[in-house]
Design a protein around this ligand. Sequence first.
Ligand code: EZ4
Ligand code: CO
Length: 403
Amino acid sequence: MSKIRAAKVIVTCPGRNFVTLKIETEDGLYGVGDATLNGRELAVASYLNDHVVPCLIGRDAHRIEDIWQYLYRGAYWRRGPVTMSAIAAVDMALWDIKGKVAGLPLYQLLGGASRDGVMVYCHANGVTIEETIEAARGYMAQGYKAVRLQAGVPGLKSTYGVPKDKKPYEPADADIPTENLWSTEKYMRSLPALFEAGRDKLGWDVHLLHDAHHRLTPIEAGRLGKDLEPFRMFWLEDAVPAENQAAFRLIRQHTTTPLAVGEIFNSIWDCKQLIEEQLIDYIRATVVHAGGITHLRRIAALADLYHVRTGCHGATDLSPITMGAALHFNLSIPNFGIQEHMHHAAVTETVFPHAYSYKDGYMHPGEAPGHGVDIDEKEAAKYPYKRAYLPVNRLEDGTLYNW
Ligand code: EZ4
Ligand code: CO
């Protein structure tokens, strides 16, 4: 028994907004969890402060599964990104505490290491194909075995994944959503040339990935997948919005390009059909948005039965705490695929000291007890919350579309 004495929510903006939950026990230990939901941060902070924290005080921090069920079933209103991010933060903090009590890194509590390191992919971005290839070369020189290629689309002023003014890419860039122009036709025409150049200039030994960011219809995705087949991609990500899971059947009928989806999923119910019908190859749900380590393990166990591997989301809006927790999860499960690695700003790293590290294309969570990521509250207090939204897309006739 290790009673929860206090829990507090820390909102900070070192380069971008993050929401962190810190849980303390009566025996003087603490654990931290990430609760960041990009563009909707304060909704999760309120959910935690107003509705979760009061229910945690006095509970046994060791009863992780029971507390998970208590917050999920007990709310009566199940699922949704706000609820599941809040539950995830509690779950991460409790696993952190359990690891500290045991004196073991979290992956040891999850069954131990199933591999030596966690293969990660990074983002090579550029306005032109040449710039993107150049960026990919730079990452390959650092040892990366897998690279995501995103380039500007001729005729569109800005595109998802492509930075402005050569600054590090951060999509939540305005206090009211930026409006971008989108054309599926222009995009579909431009993409095969990017991957042709990719194989031509980068060779065949590197894994190449791409994120379509939910902007196609199933039949368009089938066509794009087919067009990209000669380049043997590692995956095509988020080809279409996935609320309608059955829609992926149509994509599968037309292409053997491997499919990844799920960064916006928050529960096993969002991917049950996709997994059971083997409509995808990689599930991208991650610790913070899909209910924590407890729930993500359940998703991975289901996926394992159907040859679906994991490919956790790892953009900069997932805090270093989620990265740390995800690395322990990735190291332990049998059906790990790959982990996304988008570099946090240096100022973010000063607020979240961590035990994980990168070497030669692989990351490792480190050997610190718990998940190995902390928050420096003094540093965090220097950076007050700043409202920031993701952009929206409109078609050329003004119709609001998917971003
Ligand atoms: O747009 O995390 O694969 N990575 C992504 C990200 C998402 C952001 C949204 O908050 O799609 O860049
Ligand atoms: Co994505």
